[in-house]
Design a protein around this ligand. Structure first.
Ligand SMILES: *Cc1c(COP(=O)(O)O)cnc(C)c1O
Length: 399
């Protein structure tokens, strides 16, 4: 590393609140599936800003759309209509099959809105305010208080107790444990269709179907968090579409704006007509013209560039190559995931492997201490997979 870059990193360590143990590089620019650090060193990126930059970096059409919108108007307010939001909500409804859209600035905020909508729905039904929500162990829904309250990692929650009340935790893919937590007060069940941060655990088809049936019988709302697994990552626009288990409320963010901070929670008409009304919820920035111009271009490019088709073409190859690695090395115990959301499970912490990979020009990230997570841009080719596997293999030989 250059002295210049080291000095800047040392400076940043004094200025930025230390809420991340950051990797020792300053990323400066990107092109396609590659990132470059301040010294000009090139990296192959299998993280995409944590499942965000689906289209790859420096996509000209995307960048031009943003530049055009910047020159027109960046922000107005949700007290007025704007064209990008009108178009973005129409397109999002089309790809999700949901009926109502609320734009947010982040994933956590989309979760907050989803939880509020669920509580309001139950409140309007029986007039009481002690409703319960069931979430899953090992889940991750964000860092704000509501989202943290349904996040199934006690370590993240404990220093900030008390959480919002009346949250229960069930075991993912264990329908009995969900049933054990259901009461007359249950208003919602929230889960990630594929758990991300918690270790890349896809929900079983039967588990999802059982939950859907339970929710229908008891008028409990099913909230699916598609913030990481949605937007084409698993080979479907949204992961639940593979099973046809439609949520009552769903959240999206991360790849939705491909880098412009934006998220959304969406609901069916049943919830839309019986939950949040004027004065119940709001945001200054959410769904502003710049953010929605990004969504519009992202959704257009998904179609024009056959992004999801590429996931379905290349993902089986990625899985095969990861499985081969898992077979060759004893310390790799499992490979699991869906599409371009994969995890390699080690019997030990993976920090050293990730740091070695970084030295050799490959950007990877963990999901929990023992799992390497692969969430590349959705535009990667089989050649990119070969290059990634080559570098990773050479790192694994050294441990
Ligand atoms: C990243 C993530 C969130 C939180 O999104 P932010 O934009 O970081 O607030 C919530 N749920 C899931 C599944 C995520 O992966």
């Amino acid at each position: 590393m250059s002295e210049h870059m080291q000095e800047l990193i040392d400076q940043a360590e004094k200025d930025l609140l230390h809420t991340y143990n950051r990797y020792q590089i300053i990323l400066d620019k990107g092109e396609g599936v590659n990132l470059y650090d301040l010294d000009g060193k090139k990296y192959l990126d299998f993280v995409s800003g944590i499942a965000v930059f689906a289209l790859g970096y420096a996509n000209k059409e995307y960048n031009d759309a943003l530049k055009n919108q910047i020159d027109k108007v960046i922000h107005t307010s949700n007290y007025y209509y704007n064209m990008p939001a009108i178009e973005a909500s129409r397109k999002l409804k089309k790809v999700s099959g949901m009926d109502r859209v609320f734009f947010t600035n982040s994933g956590a905020e989309a979760i907050e809105g989803a939880l509020k909508a669920a509580r309001k729905y139950a409140y309007l039904k029986d007039g009481t305010t002690d409703h319960e929500i069931i979430a899953m162990e090992h889940s991750f829904h964000g860092r704000t208080f509501g989202a943290l309250s349904v996040t199934g990692n006690p370590k993240y929650r404990e220093p900030f107790e008390p959480m919002i009340g009346n949250i229960k935790f069930a075991k993912m893919n264990d329908f009995e444990s969900v049933l054990d937590n259901v009461t007359d007060k249950t208003c919602a069940i929230i889960l990630e269709t594929v758990q991300g941060e918690g270790g890349i655990y896809p929900a079983d088809e039967q588990f999802l179907k059982n939950i859907r049936k339970l929710c229908d019988e008891k008028d409990i709302l099913l909230i699916l968090d598609e913030i990481q697994c949605g937007m084409g990552r698993t080979g479907f626009m949204f992961a639940w579409q593979k099973y046809g288990v439609k949520p009552d409320i769903m959240t999206t963010a991360k790849a939705l704006g491909c880098g412009v901070p934006v998220g959304a929670f969406m609901m069916t008409e049943k919830v839309g007509a019986h939950s949040l009304v004027a004065g119940d919820h709001g945001t200054t920035y959410g769904g502003n013209p710049l953010a929605c111009a990004a969504i519009n271009k992202v959704l257009d490019l998904f179609e024009a560039d056959h992004i999801i088709e590429n996931v379905n073409q290349v993902a089986p190859y990625l899985e095969k190559k990861l499985d081969e690695l898992a077979e060759r090395y004893d310390f790799i115990t499992d490979r699991r995931g869906a599409g371009f959301m994969q995890g390699l499970v080690f019997d030990r912490p993976v920090g050293d492997v990730i740091n070695k990979a970084l030295e050799k020009g490959l950007i990877l990230i963990n999901a929990g201490a023992n799992i390497i997570r692969f969430v590349p841009p959705l535009v990667i080719s089989t050649e990119n997979v070969d290059e990634m596997i080559g570098i990773l293999d050479s790192c694994l030989k050294e441990i």
